[in-house]
Design a protein around this ligand. Structure first.
Ligand SMILES: Nc1nc(=O)c2c([nH]1)NC[C@@H]1CN(c3ccc(C(=O)N[C@@H](CCC(=O)O)C(=O)O)cc3)CN21
Ligand SMILES: O=c1ccn([C@H]2C[C@H](O)[C@@H](COP(=O)(O)O)O2)c(=O)[nH]1
Length: 283
């Protein structure tokens, strides 16, 4: 994907060094990046300039759809991405709200599926969106947000891709996703796949045609220990044609996603890539 590489190059050419207190690492940073993916044409935005792990990325997002709050449940689905944040982050380990090994606290999925109302009970943001879209309704607030500042102290990490806003024009469904903070070498590789797949899945279960997905990023950064690999290895490579994502057509409802779907229900067709690159991960 040329747009991904352009963003990486822009960070290197125009980025500003910013100290990050949470990780103790410096980040080369730019503000504001807009990416878009053509879901209708099935142009699956999987990075080709290194080996990318799409199942891990989709498993992570399926975990959010299911409202998971535990890294062990994410592992069962097929991704280890939450292990470090749940179990290795010093300030979370000492947090009295942490319920033990693998607990992530009140992050992503909990907010999306069971937002706590101040007057008691919970709100299922995703169920409301699916019900409305299935009935052809776009109330101009088809929003799932994971961003709940009142509960940041009860979770291991503030959500990065924090808000997903669906729109319906005729029978075509669009998605605009907002991200406040983006680890471009590692996280964005996953987040592109997640935005694309979220629109494809919701279109499929609501009986709509998928249109474009728009991905809006505020702080886009490369950590200091990732810079050399990005500049001297990944950016020297030419991108290859994009693959297609095939989703099992038997997935027809939100219940299906919540119950029997596994990573075997997702398949990539025509993926060609350059060799793997192992980027350091900042906890
Ligand atoms: N510093 C940081 N960057 C992130 O991108 C990030 C966080 N923290 N914390 C929360 C989640 C977890 N995410 C992650 C975590 C790990 C990988 C990772 O290690 N990816 C490897 C291998 C993936 C695999 O083998 O499945 C990669 O090469 O893409 C990617 C995204 C994205 N998020
Ligand atoms: O989906 C995700 C989740 C996390 N990230 C990255 C962005 C940052 O590098 C860290 C989070 O640190 P904060 O201090 O909370 O901003 O994780 C991502 O790119 N995508």
């Amino acid at each position: 994907m040329r747009a991904y590489l352009d963003l990486c190059q822009r960070i290197i050419d125009e980025g500003t060094w910013v100290e990050n207190e949470r990780t103790g690492k410096r980040c080369l940073t730019v503000i504001n990046a807009d990416l878009e993916y053509n879901v209708g044409a099935n142009e699956f935005p999987m990075i080709t300039t290194r080996k990318s792990y799409f199942k891990s990325a989709i498993a992570e997002f399926l975990g959010y759809i299911r409202g998971y709050d535990n890294a062990a449940d994410f592992r069962k689905l097929g991704t280890k991405t939450w292990d470090a944040n749940a179990n290795l982050n010093e300030s979370w380990l000492n947090n009295p709200h942490r319920k033990g090994e693998d607990d992530m606290g009140r992050v992503y999925g909990i907010q999306g599926r069971a937002w706590a109302k101040p007057d008691g009970g919970t709100i299922d943001q995703l169920q409301k969106i699916v019900d409305n879209l299935t009935n052809g309704i776009d109330d101009r607030a088809e929003i799932m947000t994971f961003y709940n500042p009142g509960e940041f102290h009860m979770g291991c990490l503030r959500p990065c891709m924090h808000t997903h806003n669906f729109s319906l024009l005729g029978d075509t469904l669009y998605l605009t996703s907002f991200q406040r903070s983006c680890d471009v070498p590692l996280g964005l590789n996953f987040n592109q796949i997640q935005v694309f797949t979220f629109l494809a899945l919701i279109a499929q279960i609501t009986g709509k045609k998928a249109g474009m997905a728009y991905h809006k990023i505020v702080n886009a950064h490369i950590y200091e220990d990732q810079l050399e690999l990005m500049r001297d290895v990944q950016l020297k490579r030419e991108p290859l044609p994009l693959p297609k994502l095939n989703i099992n057509p038997d997935i027809k409802t939100l219940k299906d996603l919540e119950t029997w779907v596994t990573m075997d229900d997702f398949e990539v067709e025509g993926y060609q890539c350059h060799e793997a690159i192992k980027y350091p991960f900042a906890v």
